[in-house]
Design a protein around this ligand. Structure first.
Ligand code: TRP
Length: 495
């Protein structure tokens, strides 16, 4: 069977940028920036982007494009024993999308709630008590929250219809889902810039706090944010690149994707901080406190700020529509990464059936987050996945490509197809910088988590988090071992 192709390079770029630009840009990036001292976060972030993000993105595009397979097949082509690394990666991807869709489900509920500004007055109560109906602790599940479940179903139906024909439908969808949120962000920015106090917000966002550079935690956050935002370590970029012709320019398209994604990060930071600056003035709350509100930023602080403006329903609706349109292409790219690898193995299976099966399975896996303890589970699982699984994939991927397959071989391929050449620095980056930095981060994270239980959750709940990090690792080891036996068998048969 001939492999489907993107209709044009622009459409590929739309899909890659659409995947990269997601909730991570608008929700996670600004709250990290706020937490780690505003402008100070931008410096480690830019450095992490240059030494980890960009080289890894180039690697993932190169692997997919050269091997013409999803992540399982591509890793296997790098070395026959490492198909299991692809499975390891996709296990993470599956779990990520199962909760990513839930966060989108909350956004949908907020969007619907915007028209009568349901959160004005008590934004905190609205989020925790009305929308989530959060239980007292992870120990009490509290049963399913049917409203959240219903919105999760709606989100999954939308995801399914974006990918039901594989890249043939993705191609059509990204033409809307990429520009629309950018336009909405621009509208929100113009609005925010006419509010009193927006400059104070920007001052906090853009003034460097150099001292925070000495905090190792800032660096961990910057590096994992870079993996997260560029959609690395999830098999997405490999899968998308595998639908390109083998001779397309990798260096240029890696640049475009990185710059577009970071541009939108910065841009959404400007929107968020301008609005926070306004809110600080209106409510007499210190700006730093608002900025450091963590994951509640998009669902508590921001809605509250919007409700203080004239036409609160309109800007509320625009903001949540922006979140939804921003998140949808990231969500379906995660599913596509899985589908592509399944279809590589089972060529005669129908694309729409595979899509249906994966969407359904991920929906079922996500129902745990629709219980009244859902937020706790989401918090724990997100913590372990981003601290361990994503880093592990990055480390293994860099070692597999850099040491086992050979960085130089890949660099030659990249240079042969690209207009601009990349220097030997890339080999050094892949073989040394990426693995060493990521191992260091992993070790720091591990020692923190072993010393202090994350957020004080009970042991059984954290056990789920550890299991999510460890089980895929065990599977990986078993698969590598099994494929080694196969290899030996084949060799002895040939002799
Ligand atoms: N890049 C997207 C974002 O920033 C989605 C995404 C890709 C993602 N890989 C991820 C989110 C891993 C969480 C974890 O939102």
């Amino acid at each position: 069977m001939t492999r489907p192709r993107w209709v044009s390079r622009t459409v590929f770029l739309f899909a890659a940028i659409g995947s990269a630009v997601g909730l991570g840009n608008v929700w996670r990036f600004p709250y990290l920036a706020g937490k780690y001292g505003g402008g100070a976060f931008l410096v480690p972030y830019a450095i992490a982007l240059a030494i980890i993000g960009f080289p890894l993105l180039m690697l993932e595009l190169a692997i997919g494009q050269k091997m013409q397979q999803g992540v399982v097949g591509s890793f296997r082509k790098l070395h026959p024993q490492f198909g299991g690394l692809g499975i390891f990666t996709l296990m993470t991807t599956f779990i990520v999308v199962s909760y990513y869709a839930v966060v989108m489900g909350w956004s949908l509920l907020y969007f619907l709630g915007s028209f009568d500004v349901k959160w004005s007055g008590d934004a905190q109560g609205y989020f925790f008590d009305r929308v989530l109906q959060l239980s007292d602790g992870v120990n009490s599940l509290g049963g399913i929250n049917w409203v959240v479940l219903a919105s999760l179903i709606a989100i999954w139906l939308s995801i399914y219809f974006c990918i039901w024909q594989g890249i043939k439908s993705v191609e059509k969808v990204v033409l809307y889902t990429v520009p629309v949120p950018i336009i909405l962000l621009a509208v929100l920015l113009l609005r925010a810039m006419t509010l009193p106090g927006f400059l104070q917000g920007w001052a906090l966002y853009l003034t460097p706090v150099w001292a925070s550079l000495l905090d190792p935690e800032v660096w961990t956050a910057a590096c994992s944010q870079v993996l997260y935002t560029l959609s690395l370590s999830c098999g997405i970029m490999v899968a998308y690149a595998s639908y390109r012709k083998t001779e397309e320019d990798i260096v240029r398209d890696s640049w475009i994707t990185t710059l577009a994604d970071s541009g939108i990060c910065l841009f959404s930071g400007l929107v968020v901080f301008a609005v926070l600056g306004y809110m600080a003035g209106q409510t007499d709350t210190p700006l730093t406190e608002l900025a450091a509100s963590g994951p509640g930023l998009a669902f508590v602080v921001f809605p509250k700020a919007l409700s203080l403006m004239p036409l609160p329903w309109l800007f509320g609706a625009l903001f949540f529509l922006m979140l939804l349109s921003l998140g949808i292409d990231s969500a379906f790219s995660l599913v596509e990464a899985i589908n592509v690898s399944i279809l590589d193995e089972k060529e005669h299976w129908q694309v729409s059936r595979v899509a249906l099966g994966v969407c359904f399975a991920a929906f079922i896996a996500g129902t745990i987050y629709t219980t009244r303890a859902g937020l706790y589970f989401l918090d724990i699982i997100d913590h372990f996945l981003t601290s361990y699984n994503l880093l592990l994939t990055g480390i293994f991927e860099a070692i597999l490509a850099g040491w086992i397959y050979g960085a130089e071989k890949l660099r030659r391929y990249i240079n042969a197809v690209s207009h601009r050449q990349i220097g030997k620095w890339w080999n050094v980056s892949l073989k040394f910088v990426v693995p060493i930095v990521l191992v260091a981060l992993l070790a720091t994270q591990l020692s923190t988590d072993l010393r202090t239980p994350y957020e004080g959750y009970p042991t059984w709940a954290l056990g789920i988090g550890w299991a999510i990090a460890i089980i895929p690792l065990v599977v990986l080891i078993l698969l590598v071992f099994r494929d080694r036996q196969f290899d030996r068998l084949e060799e002895s048969e040939q002799n």
